[in-house]
Design a protein around this ligand. Structure first.
Ligand code: THU
Length: 161
């Protein structure tokens, strides 16, 4: 028998002012992107902004559908847009923000769902480098230096031989 413990390292911040300018700008763009969300069913508007190694910022937001599972989260909308239009460029950071049904930015950071974590992980494997994740809330911001840590014991192509 052997027992293992997996650790996730992240840092909490009380305000964007504590972060470098480039991170603040990425968070600003994630917040801005919530305005273009299409969320008539959940009324939860999520925005994502990712920075590519060239400095280009790609934004995405959740796009819902009357056939609920046909919709897509903000993170995957941004990641798939980057993959579709900038396939040779590595992602260096991803910021996420969200507004509740009253349009208020959430006090606590929004964390990506499991399916988005799976896509984030494969993005890292594909590009050969990890990327940073900035999860925004008005009262607290989390910085996860290596997004792979959000999905320990993940299913990857390796499992298929
Ligand atoms: N959603 C995201 O876009 N990203 C997340 O990290 C969490 C959830 C979306 C999916 C759906 O449109 C709405 O938020 C409610 O779950």
């Amino acid at each position: 028998m052997d027992t293992h413990t997996l650790e996730t390292t992240y840092t909490g911040y009380a305000s964007p002012e504590e972060l470098p300018a480039a991170d603040r700008e990425l968070i600003r763009q994630a917040i801005e992107s919530t305005a273009r969300s299409y969320a008539p069913y959940s009324h939860f508007a999520v925005g994502a902004a990712l920075r590519l190694e060239s400095g280009t910022v790609v934004c995405g937001n959740n796009q819902e559908n009357a056939a609920y599972p046909s919709g897509l989260c903000a993170e995957r909308t941004a990641l798939f847009y980057a993959g579709a239009n900038h396939p040779q460029e590595a992602v260096s950071a991803l910021a996420i923000a969200a507004r509740d049904r009253e349009g208020r930015l959430t006090p606590q950071p929004v964390v990506p769902c499991g399916a988005c974590r799976q896509v984030m992980l494969e993005t890292c494997l594909r590009q050969g480098t990890p990327f940073r994740c900035l999860l925004y809330g008005t009262e607290r911001i989390l910085l996860i230096p290596d997004c792979r840590q959000l999905l320990p014991l993940a299913f990857t192509a390796e499992a298929m031989g």
